[in-house]
Design a protein around this ligand. Structure first.
Ligand code: ADP
Length: 249
């Protein structure tokens, strides 16, 4: 249902790969300000869905709207400019630069500055101060001068959140934010996601169901490209079709 309460809406979203339908007739409605999780067994179509939403893939059929605007035909860069930004593209972090420098470059990208040397000392020091604030906000104050390449896995992901926040997105798409993490990192990133969600909408794909249970306001379960169930964790986790999809593979 399209309404002002929903920031992102898809209608009949479908993606065929040479006769194989990876995403089929998906209707998704993400409420403004919510943490919404997209879950489902391997091959369910979660990644394809994310790629459609950010226009890394073009849908075969269906419609995507963001803030009431039809973005079905928009390009990835246009979508980012509208405030819908995808995180966790590891390549976005420069390993030889420090944590603060990485965030500062993201801030400069948002301003549209391409080269360091065109920036005045005054602008540079204000950008550095802003970068440091973001570094502190994601819990990396002790690592501000460390190079990104030497960070442990969970901290690298926190840095990716910081560089994404530097773009000041209205809505964040998080692609398996906890993948490959130990307990401590999971807790740190979960706390960070909750903090970041205070004034943003978050749509995430996540395999760790205890994290999904803890963080999500709403969950959409995909299986074989279709929406199998939708609701809060208590509702979907009791749904026999969901249990069957996970156990039956
Ligand atoms: P999930 O992220 O839920 O594990 P995916 O979206 O990665 O699922 O994949 C859904 C299905 O689409 C899988 O069966 C996968 O093999 C298939 N698929 C994904 N991308 C392509 C592609 N580029 N060409 C052909 N099939 C693909």
């Amino acid at each position: 249902e399209a309404s002002d309460d929903n920031i992102l809406v898809t209608e009949g979203l479908t993606k065929d790969f040479k006769g194989f339908t990876a995403v089929s007739e998906v209707d998704l409605a993400v409420r403004r300000g919510s943490i919404h999780a997209l879950i489902g067994p391997n091959g369910a179509g979660k990644t394809t869905c994310f790629n459609l939403l950010t226009k890394f893939l073009t849908p075969t059929r269906g419609r995507i709207s963001y803030n009431g605007r039809d973005i079905t035909a928009s390009k990835p860069a246009d979508i980012a400019r509208l405030g819908l930004v995808r995180s966790f593209q590891i390549s976005a972090v420069f390993p030889h630069l420090t944590v603060t420098e990485n965030v500062r470059i993201a801030l400069q990208r948002k301003r549209g500055d391409s080269f360091d040397f065109w920036v005045s000392e005054r602008v540079l020091s204000s950008l550095n101060a802003e970068a440091l604030r973001l570094v502190e906000a994601v819990g990396l104050a002790d690592f501000a001068e460390a190079t990104a390449g030497e960070l442990a896995y969970g901290r690298k992901r926190a840095l990716e959140i910081a560089t994404t926040l530097a773009l000041d997105p209205e809505m964040l798409l998080l692609d398996e934010p906890m993948a490959g993490m130990g307990r401590e990192d999971v807790d740190r990133i979960a706390a960070l996601i909750r903090k970041v969600s205070a004034n943003r909408t978050i749509l995430m794909v996540e395999h760790n169901l205890s994290v999904v249970a803890e963080l999500s306001d709403r969950i959409t379960v995909l299986a074989r490209g279709r929406v199998l169930a939708e609701g809060d964790y208590a509702t979907v986790s009791k749904d026999p079709r969901v249990i069957e999809a996970y156990i039956g593979g």
